[in-house]
Design a protein around this ligand. Structure first.
Ligand code: BTN
Length: 246
């Protein structure tokens, strides 16, 4: 069976839609986009504000023949794929905040939510969800609980086609997944570090209700954050972690 790209008018969440499709046998590479999400989801149980015909809400299903522990670097890899896509469209100055926020001018431009399916033997089913702010309507702006930016304000003179953006993002995600399956995070590490906005910054990491302060020192070859703390350099996986620049 061939991979498919489904474009929906409205959905609860493109990630949820694709997880359901995966249970019904959707193949690796299948993608879903929607004009609006009624239950758009962000990391750490947050909501993702998803107004109609304004932004990009896209998910891709991929089957990885990797032990789940090796999948940790995937969300960083998708960050690299998105920066590549934006640069390909002439949008510069976008950096990455570990684990996987796309940030420009100190404000969030895009987010990534990766969900790993239950193990049933065989390949691991992974749903990769991406939200890119393109032209956020002023009416919903106040619902967003963090500083944000959209492509319209970054490139006011450019005509931003969401179709073109979707095509380029999709192509970069497909290519990055295929490469990650072969090489793991290692092959992406230098590029990730080139876009790393937190390097050498004092940060506060919240991990299992504990706040840990230190200076960010990039990532190791599986994508864990290296944090220079009073107790020496410690590494953190992306699990239930949030990070703030102090
Ligand atoms: C985050 O930064 O918290 C992650 C946001 C991910 C949002 C996207 S929009 C498409 C896909 N469907 C969802 O429900 N969430 C992701």
């Amino acid at each position: 069976p061939a991979e498919r790209v489904s474009v929906l008018d409205e959905v609860d969440s493109t990630n949820l839609w694709l997880a359901r499709a995966a249970r019904e046998g959707a193949v690796s590479g299948t993608a879903c986009l929607a004009e609006r999400q009624t239950h758009g989801r962000g990391r750490l149980g947050r909501q993702w504000v998803s107004p109609y015909a304004s932004n990009l809400y896209l998910s891709v299903l991929w089957h990885f023949e990797l032990p789940p522990a090796r999948l940790a670097g995937l969300s960083l890899v998708i960050g690299v794929a998105l920066v590549r896509a934006l640069r390909g469209l002439g949008i510069e100055g976008v950096g990455l905040k570990w684990p996987n926020d796309l940030v420009c001018q100190g404000r969030k431009l895009a987010g990534i939510l990766i969900e790993i399916g239950a193990e049933e033997g065989g390949p691991v089913r992974v749903v990769i969800g991406v939200g890119v702010n393109v032209m956020m309507p002023p009416a919903v702006a106040c619902e967003i609980g963090q500083p944000w930016v959209d492509l319209r304000s970054l490139a006011p003179d450019a005509v931003i086609s969401r179709n073109r953006l979707a095509a380029v993002v999709l192509a970069e995600i497909w290519a990055a997944c295929a490469q990650f399956a072969q090489t793991g995070f290692g092959a992406f590490r230098d590029e990730w570090l080139a876009y790393d906005l937190t390097r050498d910054q004092p940060v506060r990491l919240v991990w299992q209700t504990q706040a840990i302060e230190g200076v960010a020192r990039g990532v190791n070859d599986v994508g864990e954050l290296l944090l220079d703390t009073e107790a020496g350099v410690r590494s953190f996986g992306i699990g239930e972690v949030s990070l703030r620049i102090r």
